[in-house]
Design a protein around this ligand. Structure first.
Ligand code: MG
Length: 306
């Protein structure tokens, strides 16, 4: 099959398309992250962390600034009401952009001390907000403001957006990064990206079972990357895991078997499914944003037909 692929398992052919190309949607950035597709507005929002901007890519190909002075915004998601949920390094907080444009701080401290630097975020179908809190945004003045961590752990938190109560669900990561639920939300995947600063840390995505009380149990390794480290990732409607890596996007089946790769010429930081018909992989990769049509779609998505 032609295209920018490395097919490792024949099943990968059913998830990709022939005669499609990797298109560059936007270029000239410093470090792109946080892609989130807004179907209602037919646009992609993504962060350029060092430039402190959130950009908006429209289906007609135009790119403009959605938010200037983004406080070193990193990961983005949307809640069940279609509101933007963002992780901000500069304020060490998770915020929600209301329908009227005002920005609400949902969390900026735990145990009376500032968070490290919220990195990536996902919203469960019950409205709870789950995010990771590694230290990347306070390690230097490039992606935030250099500071000494005041948290004892690099937690993964569950946030109740009504009460704003924070509950740590995992505390044994070196640097937790991207996270995503399985289609039935009975499993939560979390990326360990601690190998960015310590070669001895394995470049793994771990998976946990989600209990009825929304605590996690039975943590185990799901998959290990052979190129680079896992940052952001997404689960598709067949429960495959599509993750960022140094050489592109790696696709793992629900048992953690590597099916194949979409090769990208820059280190990938994150990705999401979107586009007008929901069947495009939208990829943030270092200085650029790329797109490629695929034969799958986001978990729990309703793909447009006709
Ligand atoms: Mg990240």
């Amino acid at each position: 099959m032609n295209g920018p692929y490395d097919i490792i398992d024949g099943r990968f052919r059913e998830l990709i398309l022939a005669n499609v190309s990797l298109r560059r949607l936007s270029a000239g950035h410093l470090w792109t992250e946080g892609p989130v597709w807004f179907a209602a507005h037919q646009c992609l929002l993504f962060s350029d962390i060092p430039r402190q901007k959130i950009y908006r890519w429209m289906c007609d190909g135009t790119v403009n600034v959605f938010r200037d002075h983004s406080n070193f915004c990193n990961g983005n998601s949307q809640d069940r009401e279609g509101r933007l949920i963002s992780c901000q390094h500069g304020t060490r907080s998770v915020t929600r952009t209301e329908h009227n444009g005002l920005i609400t701080t949902l969390a900026d401290q735990f145990d009376g001390k500032p968070l490290n630097s919220p990195n990536d975020v996902v919203v469960k179908s019950d409205g709870s907000i789950w995010f990771t809190d590694p230290t990347y945004g306070i390690l230097s003045n490039y992606e935030g403001y250099k500071a000494t961590p005041e948290q004892h752990h690099r937690h993964v938190f569950r946030l109740d957006p009504e009460t704003k109560q924070l509950c740590p669900v995992v505390r044994d990561f070196i640097q937790p990064n991207g996270l995503a639920f399985s289609c039935d939300e009975k499993r939560l995947y979390i990326a360990e990206s601690g190998s960015s600063h310590d070669d001895k840390v394995p470049a793994v995505i771990r998976v946990y079972d989600v209990r009825a009380d929304k605590s996690l149990e039975n943590g185990r390794d799901f998959a290990t990357l052979d190129q680079g480290l896992p940052d952001g990732f997404r689960v598709d409607c067949y429960d495959n895991v599509w993750t960022s890596a140094a050489d592109g996007v790696h696709c793992f089946d629900p048992d953690g078997v590597l099916l194949g790769k979409i090769l990208v010429p820059e280190t990938v930081s994150n990705l999401t499914f979107g586009g007008p018909r929901g069947n495009e992989l939208l990829i943030t990769a270092t200085t650029s944003v790329y797109a490629i049509h695929v034969n799958t779609a986001a978990a729990n998505s309703v793909v447009a037909v006709g």
